[in-house]
Design a protein around this ligand. Structure first.
Ligand code: COA
Length: 256
């Protein structure tokens, strides 16, 4: 990606795009300009055929400590509403992407930062990661889907406790509750994230796209039978495709 941003940067190498939050002196807190940049970068990554896997991470000691509270104190109601509306779009462009998105959570992922991680397909966390929705301390609530997406992933009583108490929980707790996929050690965190992303990038993109779509469909209100039919039609289409036919013939040749 040639475009240079002020609050983020993007690196693309070997089919892996990495979007980096880059306001480390403010723990990567997201202001309005940064939100616009993140959305633009995600849309561009989604459209890039070279990219097989996308990773989001934060520079230095935080993933993202949430919305920029200082900017919250200095904006019009219209600006606040527009920020929330754009936020909705941000989470959707990740969820509706045909590519797998990985949140590599190295430190604090709070408020909107945690909501971005929740909209990713997988969360890889360092031992130092801390995640939570502390909006209650500002007499607010999460506005980026946190109250809803978290319930899709963990039990409602646990969600209510997290929301009511505003508690930030460590990687081990988030792993035990099924939010975090893997915990990697602090020293080697980025290498382990890249190894994981590389492995994923070698899987056939068309299968991954359909797997993501169908898994997400399971969270919708579409009738179960319709979702099962969609799966059956999809596997038929993939089976008839050149990639699957070649892979099947290769397997047969190797196993003669
Ligand atoms: N918005 C704006 N600035 C933020 C921020 C946020 N959400 N989170 C951290 N920062 C800034 C701090 O103001 C500080 O800036 P300064 O050095 O210019 O004063 C800098 O980032 C470092 O943060 P600091 O609080 O000194 O670090 P810490 O290690 O002591 O504490 C946190 C870390 C995450 C516990 C603390 O910063 C915090 O509670 N942040 C707010 C989290 C939040 O409520 N998020 C939801 C927002 S809706």
């Amino acid at each position: 990606m040639d475009k240079s941003f002020k609050n983020i940067f993007v690196e693309i190498d070997n089919g892996i795009a990495v979007l980096v939050f880059n306001r480390p002196d403010q723990l990567n807190a997201m202001n309005r300009q940064m939100m616009d940049e993140i959305i633009e970068a995600i849309i561009s990554i989604n459209a890039n055929e070279e990219v097989k896997v996308a990773v989001i991470r934060g520079e230095e000691r935080a993933f993202m400590a949430g919305a920029d509270i200082k900017e919250y104190g200095n904006q019009t109601t219209e600006e606040f509403i527009s920020f929330q509306e754009k936020g909705k779009r941000l989470y959707e462009v990740i969820e509706n992407s045909s590519k797998p998105w990985i949140a590599a959570v190295n430190g604090y992922a709070l408020g909107g930062g945690f909501e971005i991680a929740l909209s990713c397909d997988l969360i890889l966390a360092s031992e130092q990661a801390t995640m939570g929705l502390p909006e209650v301390f500002l007499s607010l609530i999460p506005g980026g889907g946190g109250t809803q997406r978290l319930v899709q992933k963990i039990g409602i009583n646990r969600v209510k406790e997290m929301l009511f108490m505003g508690s930030a929980l460590d990687a081990k707790q988030m792993y035990d509750w099924g939010i975090v996929n893997r915990i990697f050690n602090e020293e080697d965190f980025l290498n382990q994230v890249f190894d994981f992303a590389k492995k994923l990038s070698r899987r056939p993109s068309n299968s991954i796209t359909e797997l993501k779509r169908l898994a997400n469909l399971s969270l919708t209100e579409m009738p179960f039978n319709q979702r099962i039919s969609d799966e059956a039609n999809t596997v038929k289409d993939l089976y008839l495709g050149e990639e699957a036919q070649t892979a099947i013939q290769d397997f047969i040749k190797k196993n003669k």
